[in-house]
Write a protein of this length. Structure first.
Length: 158
C-alpha cells in the first residue's frame, strides 16, 4: 500500500464531507499523524493528536484509568478504544484513530512482538482491529500505519 496515496484519499474525503480527525498513537509514535499531515490541505481536517507511548502518559493525557491498564494492559482492545474515544472528545473531532501494540524486539505486556490494536472512534461507536504482524520493529510500525489508514478509509469511504 502507498501510505501517501491512502492519506491523500482520506484527507480529500474528509474535506469533501466536512469532517475532522484526530489521533492517539503509541506504537506508531506519530506516524499516522505524519502521513495525514504530509497531504496539502490537511490542516482543514486534521485537528491534532497525542503520542502517549507510556502507560503514565496514557493515564495523564488521555485519562485512561490505571485499573484499565492494569487489567487489560496497554496492548488491548479496551485501551485502544479508550485512547480513540478520549482523543476524539478532547479535540472535538468527528473521528479519531488510535494505535497501540508491541513492535519488539521482544514481548511486552505479555504480548508477542507484532501484536497490534487499532481503534477508530466516532459518534456512531468504535471499530477495532487486532493485527498479528511479522517483521522487524520498523516493518511492524510501518505496517501498523498502513493498516490504520486502510481501516479508517474503509469506514470513511464505504
Amino acid at each position: 500500500m502507498d501510505v501517501n496515496a491512502e492519506a491523500t484519499r482520506i484527507v480529500r474525503a474528509l474535506k469533501r464531507k466536512g469532517l475532522t480527525v484526530s489521533t492517539a498513537e503509541s506504537i506508531t509514535a506519530g506516524g499516522v499523524a505524519e502521513a495525514l499531515t504530509q497531504v496539502a490541505g490537511a490542516s482543514a481536517v486534521y485537528q491534532g493528536g497525542l503520542i502517549t507511548y507510556s502507560d503514565v502518559s496514557k493515564t495523564k493525557f488521555l485519562g485512561i484509568p490505571k485499573r484499565i491498564l492494569t487489567k487489560y494492559t496497554a496492548v488491548s482492545e479496551e485501551v485502544a478504544s479508550a485512547m480513540a474515544k478520549s482523543v476524539r472528545e478532547q479535540f472535538k473531532t468527528d473521528f479519531a484513530i488510535a494505535t497501540t501494540g508491541v513492535a519488539g524486539p521482544g514481548r511486552a505486556y505479555g504480548q508477542k512482538k507484532g501484536t497490534v490494536w487499532i481503534a477508530i472512534d466516532s459518534k456512531a461507536g468504535t471499530a477495532t482491529v487486532q493485527l498479528a504482524l511479522a517483521g522487524d520493529r520498523a516493518q511492524i510500525r510501518h505496517a501498523t500505519i498502513e493498516s490504520a489508514l486502510a481501516t479508517f478509509t474503509r469506514i470513511l469511504i464505504p
